[in-house]
Structures are given as C-alpha cells and as structure tokens.
Design a protein around this ligand. Structure first.
Ligand SMILES: [Zn+2]
Length: 365
C-alpha cells in the first residue's frame, strides 16, 4: 500500500442484517457484495455466470471512458442484472402496471409498476423492468409482490432486445417526476452524474432489491472495495483491523470506487467518491470504533447532493459501536455523497498516539 496525500485502502464489503423490502426480481440473485462484475475496458458487462449485477446505479458502461468505474462514475439510472434470456422476472413490490410496451425500440419489452415506497410512506415509486423478451401483464393490472410478470431478454438473438446487446434485466426505480417512466439521461450513461440528475430522478435500486443498504467491513485483503483516505500519518493492521493514525492533521476517509485493474486505482484517477446513500432511507451511520484517545468528541462530516456540508460531533471512549443519528442534522437529505471524520479534533491521547480502529461501518434505516 502506498502512502502520500491519498492512500487507498481496500475494503471487503458484506451484508448486515436483512430487512425485507421486497422480492428479488430474479430468483437466486445474490446481494451486491462490492465486486464489480463487468469486464474492464471492453464494455462487455454481461457474464455467462449468472445472475449477477453488472452495471451499477450511476455507473457507466465503458469504464475507461469516464476514467473510473462504480457508482457516481456515470449516469446509468438503474442496475443491470446479467441473467440468461427467458428467466422469469418477479414483481419486486406489489403495485399497478402503469406502462407496458411489448416491444419498445430502446427498452425491448418494458413493464413499469407503480408501487408504494417501502422507505418513505406516502411516496409512489415507479419500478421498471426492461429488455424483457416476454411480458405477462397489461397496463392497469394489479400485481402482487413476487408475481411473475415476464421473462428476461436483451440478447442480440432475442426477438425484441431494444438497444441491448447482451442478456440482462435492466431494473430501475424512479422517483415521482413529470416525465415518462423510466427516466433515462439524454446524453447517455458515460458522463459523470455531476449535476445529480440521476439522483434527482431515481433511487439506487439496491436497497429495494436487498432490503438494506451497504455494510462495509474494512480489511487489508479482499480487494473488493476501494476506499481512500487523506492526511493520514501511518496505518497498520492489528488483529485484522485496520488502524489509521491521523495525528498530523485532519484525517478523512471516503469511498472512492471499486477496485479493478483498470479502475482509477492504477490510473491515478479518483474513482467514484460517491457514498450513494439516500438520506431519506438511512437515518443512522453506525461506526464500530476503537479510539486510543479519549475525553473529546470526534466529528463526523458529510456532504449532500446539494453540496451542503453537515457535521455532527459525538463522544466516544473506546471500543464501542456508535449509532450516529445523522437524520437529526438539517443537511442530512438527498443523496449523501461524502462522509469523513476528523478524529484528531481535540483528541487527547494517553500515549501520544491518536490511532483509531474501524472494524466496520454501515448505515441503518
Ligand atoms: Zn441498464
């Protein structure tokens, strides 16, 4: 691992407790675990092994084009799930079919179902299932959760694959908006979502598929998830836990993308710096920390999609699980795009070092 202004750490991501929020649209679909499954540089993001996630939310197709890969690197408004054509598709939530096109030029077979947002009472969401080779429901039909609504397609050999060139299901969750569902960026998915238009129009589908968000566990090995840290003095691994010494100045850690040979890690580009969590869904940030300093609060900062920065100080002693109630802060809204912490702010160390261990962090609803 190299040092410098930016040092990168690889973190293994795995899952927290499962909170049911719907049925997976594809039977046997594993939870997203932090691995980017696409083939680097080729644009080939469909694998013969299935079903898996290939293109993520706010990802791009041609990873090198945008210089990075992973959430925040493009404008893909849904997730692509690589799955052989003809696989049954289930309605992930109950609702009403508001759009059905048996063979759309772009989308292939398309079904859009209006459902209640399980995370935000009173809000309707619009879930799109695209590149279907077969559609089993009609507009105005009411469907139950888990009901089979069609079959996947998308392969060039499928009758009605739209613009897709490989077998997959495009699964997208739109927020209510005035346009046609599903929303799609006019400029394509390759450019970064720097104006947050994807964020404005859609939700990250993963919480709707998995019933929870992300749960990271930091590890020295695994090569699953790329995070960055700045202004660190030293680091090490002790009892399988990463520690970072941020004594010299303010230390920050942030998710910076997904590791792969062609990702920003080796290109010198920053990868995605998007945390990609919806403030409306996740109310608490859980940090399992072990500080070797005491008597002063540490401050956790975040930035939202409007660019506003919030900060929340909390007290700590040592080796505790901290449930940080981020929702109490007025800026905890929209998409949270960065998270960082300043453990050295006023930290009083007993032994002259101010290191801290971060076994895991995740978000809770
Ligand atoms: Zn797609």
């Amino acid at each position: 691992m190299r040092s410098g202004k930016l040092a990168y750490f690889l973190f293994l991501m795995f899952l927290s407790e499962v909170v049911s929020a719907g049925t997976k649209p594809i039977d046997g679909l594993p939870d997203y675990n932090g691995t980017y499954f696409g083939t680097p540089s080729t644009g080939s993001r469909y694998s013969s092994s299935s079903p898996i996630f290939t293109t993520l939310w706010r990802d791009n197709y041609y990873r090198k084009t945008a210089g990075c890969a992973g959430e925040g690197c493009g404008k893909h408004p849904g997730v692509d799930i690589s799955v052989p054509s003809g696989t049954p598709v289930r309605a992930s939530l109950a609702g009403k079919v508001v759009r059905m096109v048996a063979c759309h030029d772009t989308w292939g077979g398309l079904i859009v179902i209006e459902a209640n947002n399980p995370y935000l009472s009173g809000e309707k969401i619009y879930i799109s299932y695209a590149h279907l080779s077969d559609t089993d429901v009609l507009e105005k039909d009411n469907v139950t959760e888990g009901q089979i609504i069609g079959k996947t397609g998308g392969a060039s050999t499928d009758n009605c694959h739209g613009t897709s060139t490989g077998a997959h299901l495009h699964f997208q969750v739109d927020k209510p908006h005035s346009g046609l569902y599903p929303w799609y960026p006019t400029g394509g998915v390759e450019s970064k979502d720097s104006n947050f238009e994807v964020v404005a129009k859609t939700y990250n589908p993963l919480p709707f598929i998995q019933g929870h968000g992300y749960h990271w566990t930091f590890g020295e090995t695994g090569f699953k998830e790329l995070w960055g840290a700045s202004n660190i003095k030293s680091y090490g691994v002790d009892l399988s836990l990463l520690w970072i010494d941020g004594e010299s100045t303010s230390t920050s850690i942030y998710r910076s993308g997904l590791h792969s040979p062609s990702c920003a890690y080796s290109d010198g580009y920053p990868c995605s710096r998007q945390v990609a969590i919806e403030a409306s869904i996740y109310k608490r940030w859980v940090l399992s920390l072990d500080f070797k300093c005491y008597n002063n609060p540490v401050t956790v900062y975040f930035r939202n999609s409007e660019g506003a920065i919030g900060g929340l100080a909390f007290n700590y002693d040592s080796a505790r699980l901290y449930y940080i109630p981020m929702s109490k802060h007025s800026n905890w809204k929209g998409l949270i795009t960065d998270l960082w912490m300043y453990p050295s702010n006023g930290c009083t160390a007993s032994s002259g070092t101010k290191e801290f261990l971060i076994p895991q962090m995740y978000f809770l609803r």
